[in-house]
Ligand binder design. Structure first.
Ligand code: ADP
Ligand code: MG
Length: 427
């Protein structure tokens, strides 16, 4: 594809994702040069090139790859030392094409919010208005907002969608007041068809901003435009929020996102690994999922660390390499050793450690032995062969023991309670 076509194709993809101001200020003045697999954008000044690199490069890379149909590296160059007029407007931030509904792993913890977001994206302003999504940090609120943006744009590339971190809204408002550009500020916001306002809880205690947002909200709502808000807590528990805003936030639908359960965490790890083209065995998935309490962002961080570690050390992803990769992040872990667990189990069931490790297969010894294997697996995530070595048993025996206890735990509440206490004791 000739350079000019590639660049204009990218600009077409870019335009609906940015405010008109951002687009005009940042992208209209760029010139483009291309060679195979490379696109160089020539900016009028260093400041300019730096800003684009910091704020838009990943997006440009993605869009260039989709426009060219093959991986394309985007670089920035500076034409001359010319100066450029004003600072960028703060309005909005690009919509990340990677945060789609397809890339969002559903689970019991998020399916309500996901379904609500999807119906809003399919029917802006006709499903729920506003949609208010809340939940703890790193649970996917921002991802869902972008997913709505991407979906709305996919269905109607002309619709005026804006993703705005609330912080930008606040800064922009302050600047507009200072520069006496309130009329432009209002006009710009009121023409947005789908406003995706992220982290609204930071309005807490900011009276002037709340006042202005109240009017923006009313104008958009009355005009039949969609508003989607996210917050780290429910509307009722945002401190320092005006009552009239609180009332409006619950006009439409309020949906929460809870921390993911173990299965959802595993599915998310698999999805992210797959997106990176990284083959990850199930026991490593489980190892990572178990180590992250409730934050998906952290889950990704762990996975990325493992990917980088494996590539730098040219090792395959096993539970052992994962453990080494994550060891600096897991400071208080590994207090318990397999020997500790075996001793504990032996003591609890009144048998000798030597018996647990021996060949006696009477139930009074075999059962505690199975429990010990199960706990070592559960608490330390050792592999079956590793556990086998501790007991001088074949790994299939270990696997069978772990399965037996897993099943028995399901049907036997008192065993379940005992094992829960054991596990907690070692964590
Ligand atoms: P929040 O805004 O709630 O703090 P984010 O939306 O930024 O959280 O999510 C943090 C990271 O976790 C993002 O990279 C996001 O893609 C990922 N993530 C969260 N939930 C999911 C999910 N259900 N499926 C896939 N990725 C998820
Ligand atoms: Mg967020």
């Amino acid at each position: 594809m000739p350079t000019s076509d590639l660049w204009s194709a990218i600009k077409d993809l870019l335009r609906p994702r940015l405010s008109a101001d951002d687009f005009d200020v940042w992208f209209a003045p760029l010139a483009a040069r291309a060679s195979s697999g490379n696109l160089t954008l020539v900016a009028p000044s260093r400041v300019y090139a730096d800003y684009i690199r910091d704020h838009f490069l990943p997006l440009l890379q993605d869009l260039a790859a989709s426009a060219a149909g093959s991986p394309t590296t985007v670089a920035l160059a500076v034409e001359s030392q010319g100066t450029h007029a004003g600072p960028p407007t703060q309005r909005g931030a690009p919509i990340n094409p990677r945060y789609t509904f397809a890339a969002f792993v559903p689970g019991p913890s998020n399916q309500f919010a996901r379904a609500a977001a999807l119906s809003v994206a399919e029917n802006p302003a006709r499903a729920y208005n506003p949609l208010f999504v809340y939940g703890g940090s790193g649970l996917g609120k921002t991802h869902l907002l972008h997913a709505i943006g991407n979906e709305v744009l996919a269905r109607n590339p002309r619709s005026h969608v804006r993703y705005v971190p609330t912080e930008n809204f606040v800064n922009e408002l302050i600047n507009s007041i200072r520069l006496q550009r309130m009329a432009q500020f209002r006009e710009a916001y009121r023409s947005i068809h789908v406003l995706l306002l992220d982290d609204i809880h930071i309005l807490a205690g900011k009276e002037r901003t709340q006042e202005e947002f109240f009017h923006t909200f009313n104008a958009l709502h009355e005009a039949g435009h969609q508003i989607v808000l996210t917050s780290d807590t429910a509307p009722a528990t945002i401190q320092g929020l005006e009552e009239r805003l609180r009332t409006r936030f619950v006009w439409g639908l309020v949906a929460d996102i809870q921390p993911p359960d173990l299965e959802t965490k595993c599915a998310i790890i698999r999805e992210k690994a797959h997106a990176e083209g990284f083959d990850i065995p199930d026991d490593v998935v489980l190892f990572v999922a178990r180590r992250v309490r409730e934050n998906v962002r952290e889950l990704e961080g762990y996975l990325n660390r493992i990917i980088v570690y494996c590539s730098l050390t040219s090792q395959p992803p096993t539970v052992d390499t994962a453990r080494s990769a994550l060891s600096p992040l897991l400071p208080q872990e590994r207090h318990a050793t397999p020997a500790d667990i075996i001793r504990f189990v032996a003591h609890h069931y009144g048998v000798k450690v030597a018996d647990l490790k021996g060949r006696d297969n009477r139930r009074s010894v075999a059962f505690p032995r199975q429990v010990a294997m199960y706990l070592i697996r559960e608490i330390l995530s050792l592999s079956y062969p590793e556990i086998g070595k501790l007991f001088a048993k074949h790994h299939s025996t270990v696997m069978y023991s772990v399965e037996t206890i897993t099943e028995e735990r399901r049907s036997n509440p008192s065993l379940d309670a005992t094992l829960t206490t054991f596990v907690e004791h070692f964590r």
